[in-house]
Design a binder for this molecule. Structure first.
Ligand SMILES: *Cc1c(COP(=O)(O)O)cnc(C)c1O
Length: 361
């Protein structure tokens, strides 16, 4: 019976390796969660709206207005979505013909580009970034553009933490203009705001930028993101988005988060997390079980360990939950560590020192 039902699903779904979300992998209440790049500190909000009998606005106007102020774009260039993840999916829905078109995917990077393409039965051209610098392999991308509609680039890249060279992004935009869309996922751009590509939206009609309130804004729980692009692309995406994607409570809270005072608080949190990152990197570099610490411009660090598996498991048992990256392209023995509060970072370093003493000498 069970097998028969499984065979009812589409072939590509039967073959799909689903996205492994941090929350599905585990960690219990009371754990130190350094595995999902969330803000380690909550921000308290109160719902202002109290009644919900009516459907929400399809695209909450006041929310878009505030976001347009925040990023200096016009409202026509903005789509609000259920997290940046929905933006990834809508682009595929609107632009890719199943079993004909392709996306370009440059691992090691965010898995959802691959997962969304597989769900939609879109071809995936995998063009890994260059090992250890994690920069784009532009010649290889150029040779593989036939049939490609979307190129997903994460900047700063998750899980490696590096920035993609701006000249490479511009070369890529020029190389593909009129041919395919370059989607730059700026989920972590608040941690390095001068590197945003929003200034290039007016120049390149094939540029799409993804943003989220889940990371620097400390709002992963409300599921709110933005897709930024040319108005005609935004209108095309509006054709495929569900009728009422943003619930009234989500818009209510997102609007509060984008008020001047709260944006300033977000910027202060970013400064503090960036300082914590500098502190953590310095400490990690002096720990014997650490093989390599990669440069990061976001709220997480990629670290290569000696005995990574034993470290991952030992810390897990002590309630410090990290993200294993060992199975990913070119990330042998690597673990991604989200930047926690100063106290959480101290506890992490303490456990890594104990581990080194017990296992390395
Ligand atoms: C966390 C993350 C997202 C998802 O953002 P949501 O708005 O929570 O859906 C998208 N892209 C990258 C690179 C991320 O790390």
């Amino acid at each position: 019976m069970k097998n028969k039902i499984l065979k009812l699903s589409r072939d590509n779904i039967q073959n799909l390796t689903p996205y492994q979300s941090a929350r599905s992998i585990g960690g219990t209440d009371g754990s130190i969660l350094l595995n999902a790049n969330e803000s380690p500190l909550p921000v308290a909000f109160k719902l202002k709206k109290k009644i919900f009998n009516r459907y929400p606005e399809c695209q909450p106007y006041n929310l878009i207005l505030l976001y347009s102020d925040y990023i200096n774009l016009s409202c026509e260039q903005i789509l609000v979505t259920r997290g940046a993840d929905e933006g990834i999916e809508l682009l595929i829905k609107a632009f890719c013909q199943p079993r004909r078109d392709a996306i370009i995917y440059c691992p090691p990077t965010y898995d959802m580009y691959r997962v969304s393409a597989q769900i939609a039965d879109i071809h995936i051209k995998t063009i890994p970034t260059i090992k250890n610098t994690w920069q784009l392999d532009l010649p290889n991308i150029q040779c593989n553009l036939i049939g490609v509609k979307l190129i997903y680039i994460c900047n700063p890249n998750n899980p490696t933490g590096n920035l993609i060279l701006q000249n490479d992004l511009i070369s890529l935009l020029k190389m593909t203009v009129g041919q395919c869309l370059v989607v730059i996922d700026e989920a972590y751009i608040e941690f390095t705001p001068t590197n945003t590509m929003t200034n290039y939206l007016s120049k390149y009609s094939n540029l799409v930028i993804l943003r989220t309130l889940s990371k620097a804004f400390a709002l992963a729980g409300i599921r709110c993101g933005f897709t930024l692009s040319h108005p005609e692309i935004i209108n095309t995406l509006k054709k495929v988005i569900s009728p009422y994607p943003i619930s009234i409570p989500v818009a209510d809270i997102a609007i509060q988060a984008l008020k001047t005072k709260n944006i300033q608080l977000m910027r202060n949190r970013v400064l503090s997390l960036n300082n914590n990152r500098t502190w953590l990197i310095e400490k990690l570099q002096h720990i014997p079980c650490v093989e390599k610490v990669f440069v990061s411009h976001a709220n997480y660090i990629l670290v290569k360990f000696f005995m990574f598996k034993k470290i991952f498991d030992t810390l897990w048992k002590k309630g410090i939950i990290l993200r294993n990256q060992n199975e990913k392209n070119n990330l042998n023995k690597c673990i991604r560590i989200s930047i926690g509060t100063h106290l959480e970072n101290i506890l992490l370093i303490k456990e890594l020192k104990i581990f080194s003493e017990e296992n390395m000498f």
